[in-house]
Write a protein that binds this ligand. Structure first.
Ligand SMILES: O=c1ccn([C@@H]2O[C@H](COP(=O)(O)O)[C@@H](O)[C@H]2O)c(=O)[nH]1
Length: 232
């Protein structure tokens, strides 16, 4: 892991080939951001992508959102840790047993890789959640899944910054909140429903801001990152 003091920004490398992702990484400074490899890039390029980013001294969040039976979830998390990633995640809705076993599997094998769980995707609003059969409200469901994640011994959750204040009060200051759905006022929301600006997110208690298209699709991604850092 890169130990330089750095910003809370994690840049999501989506909608790009390996070559384009590495060209973008080469424009960014590992002291100013971490990088996120998600399902698209990992499915295209595999562990070589993670290795290439590590060679460039970036911390990598492997955002594969594992959601499976306990043994499969735990083994997948272990495989991610073996790649040397900084952080990896599962879906909290995989349940207490899957999350607890995954954390235990990391500890049993000597890994201090951060393990976090997705609560409710930031692309969902209350109506979308209700369509899945969860009818007692989005905020209640996010809080319930965050508490389950804490009970399982994980390091934190992925949530919207709109829920950050409540979750810090509920789960404690040390419980990490990783928040996608971050946009400057000038940016398009795209498919994100629960959004905040970087400044609002940090004020509410977010620990890490996951930012993709706002940076990666900017004419000058490094300048856009600087603008975001200046805004906070
Ligand atoms: O609830 C979630 C969980 C993960 N994501 C991921 O974050 C980035 C956001 O990208 P933007 O381009 O800034 O919208 C993306 O990789 C998602 O897979 C999320 O958005 N919400």
């Amino acid at each position: 892991m890169n130990n330089i003091i750095k910003s809370p920004v994690v840049v999501a490398l989506d909608n790009m080939t390996m070559e384009a992702s590495l060209a973008l990484a080469d424009q960014l400074d590992p002291a100013l951001c971490r990088l996120k490899v998600g399902k698209e890039l990992f499915t295209r390029c595999g562990p070589d992508m993670v290795k290439a980013l590590h060679q460039r001294n970036f911390d990598v969040f492997l955002d594969l959102k594992f959601h499976d039976i306990p043994n499969t979830t735990a083994q997948a998390v272990l495989a991610a840790a073996e790649l040397g990633v900084w952080m990896v995640n599962v879906h909290a809705s995989a349940g207490l047993e899957a999350m607890s076993l995954a954390k235990q599997r990391l500890l049993d094998n000597g890994f201090d890789t951060l393990l976090i769980a997705v609560t409710v995707l930031t692309s969902m609003d209350n109506e979308a959640l209700m369509q899945t059969g969860i009818t007692d409200g989005l905020d209640a469901h996010v809080s319930r899944l965050a508490q389950l994640t804490k009970q399982a011994g994980l390091d934190g959750v992925v949530c919207s910054a709109q829920e950050a204040k409540t979750l810090k009060a509920l789960c404690g200051q040390d419980f990490k909140l990783i928040t996608p759905g971050i946009r400057l006022l000038e940016d398009n929301a795209d498919d994100q429903k629960r959004i905040c600006t970087p400044k609002q997110a940090l004020s509410a208690g977010s620990d890490y801001l996951v930012i993709g298209r706002s940076i990666t699709q900017a004419e000058n991604p490094a300048a856009k990152l600087q603008k975001i850092l200046q805004s906070i």
